[in-house]
Write a protein that binds this ligand. Structure first.
Ligand code: AMP
Length: 214
């Protein structure tokens, strides 16, 4: 099953994608994470991507598609995958369909996490990552232990002006994917992403018909 997780930045795609990935036992392919790794490792893709990412702009499709093609064709994605942060526009969605058809696969369903803009700004504004463990905290909602606090990092694109720009990019380029998928007959499930992690998780699992275990 290839499942596409849509939602504005800060809607909870990373959190819910990880939970769903464990639940369904398929990998989560998160293009934002792959790009951040590429930036850290100084690869060619990372070097090209970083200026777009820091500005809250979309990275060019050709860079993204190469990364996604590799991830989707890796052996651990044979049984399916959860796509988090991809596709981000209609041309990526078309390219994804072509890539999957070539492998005799298709997108099985889409889950949209709906969250209001002011909630997103609050969530992302307080988000901090521990560079040593990769764990993500929130200064207000999931405060870090004192000994970790000093080393926490803020994502460069989590500054308020950049968050607002990313929301705008989402509204203009990514939100139209709901119509795109409905138009080609792929079931689209809308879930209210404003509740607790557990409540949203239950709704996502219910929406995808993934059962109640896990
Ligand atoms: P995310 O972690 O999903 O919020 O992505 C962070 C940033 O990575 C985005 O603001 C974009 O600059 C870039 N990015 C991630 N996924 C894509 C994609 N599918 N297409 C273009 N740019 C992307």
């Amino acid at each position: 099953m290839i499942l596409v997780l849509l939602g504005a930045p800060g809607a909870g795609k990373g959190t819910q994608g990880a939970l769903l990935s464990a639940h369904l036992d398929v990998p989560r392919i998160a293009t934002g994470d792959i790009l951040r790794d590429a930036v850290r490792n100084g690869t060619e893709a990372g070097t090209e991507a970083s200026r777009y990412m820091d500005a809250g702009e979309l990275v060019p499709d050709d860079v993204i598609l190469k990364l996604v093609r590799e991830a989707l064709r890796s052996p651990d994605a044979e049984g399916g995958a959860i796509l988090d942060g991809f596709p981000r526009n209609v041309s990526q969605a078309r390219a994804l369909s072509e890539l999957l058809v070539a492998d005799d696969r298709r997108v099985g369903s889409v889950v949209v996490l709906d969250v209001a803009a002011d909630v997103v700004v609050r969530r992302l504004g307080g988000r901090r990552t521990d560079p040593e463990t990769g764990k993500v905290y929130h200064l207000e909602f999931d405060p870090p232990p004192a000994e970790v606090k000093a080393r926490l990092e803020r994502r460069p694109d989590d500054e308020e002006a950049t968050i607002r720009h990313r929301l705008d990019v989402y509204a203009r380029q990514t939100a139209p994917l709901v119509d795109f998928y409905e138009g080609i007959g792929v079931p689209v499930h809308r879930v209210d992403g404003a509740g607790s992690i557990e409540k949203v998780r239950e709704e996502v699992v219910r929406a995808t018909g993934a059962g109640a275990q896990g």
